[in-house]
Design a protein around this ligand. Structure first.
Ligand code: GDP
Ligand code: MG
Length: 162
């Protein structure tokens, strides 16, 4: 069974940008193959010969109503399916209440999780590290999903546990 990694975070932190960068083949059959729920965005990805399944989620802000609430619910279901969660954070915005809420939810579920500080192309990575380490969910990995910075270091750590 391939490891399943979910990209989680509030809207606009860069989940889909990272998903697109990491997933070369988007395979509609991935979900079926791995016994996962079909109605989510999955891709089979590969890094240095190691294959894994990536899930993109719609985003959770903690203040959803209507269709957004459904999306948030779907995101939590994706989290339950995952072996590892990458909690994406926006280094430009800094730490928000929604990030805190998500971190608490992940902690409660006992999910293995990495903190990923995105958009460090416009922020000092050390400042992002210091800011987000307050979430106390482990190491903060600074990346730029848009520019491809920090991706190799992230994958090295993410896949090391499998
Ligand atoms: P999602 O809602 O979490 O899936 O976020 P998206 O991937 O759709 O990205 C939201 C916005 O952030 C878009 O305008 C992206 O171009 C931008 N973005 C994503 N990653 C980066 C990054 O590494 N650096 C910068 N500066 N912008 C980014
Ligand atoms: Mg998205």
């Amino acid at each position: 069974m391939l490891p399943v990694i979910a990209l989680v975070g509030r809207p606009n932190v860069g989940k889909s940008t990272l998903f697109n960068r990491l997933s070369k083949t988007r395979n509609a059959l991935v979900a079926e193959h791995a016994g996962l729920t079909r109605d989510r965005q999955y891709a089979e990805a590969k890094w240095q010969g190691r294959r894994y399944i990536l899930i993109d989620t719609g985003g959770i802000s903690g203040e959803e109503v209507g269709i957004d609430a459904k999306m948030a619910e779907q995101s939590w279901l994706a989290i339950d399916e995952a072996d590892l969660v990458l909690l994406l954070l926006d280094s430009r915005d800094g730490l928000t209440a929604a990030d805190q809420m998500l971190a608490d939810g992940l902690r409660k579920r006992g999910k293995r999780c990495l903190l990923v500080a995105n958009k460090i192309d416009s922020v000092n990575p050390d400042i992002a590290r210091a800011e987000f380490s307050a979430l106390s969910l482990g190491e903060v990995l600074p990346i730029s999903a848009a520019h491809g910075r920090g991706i190799a270091a992230l994958l090295e750590i993410a896949l090391a546990g499998f």
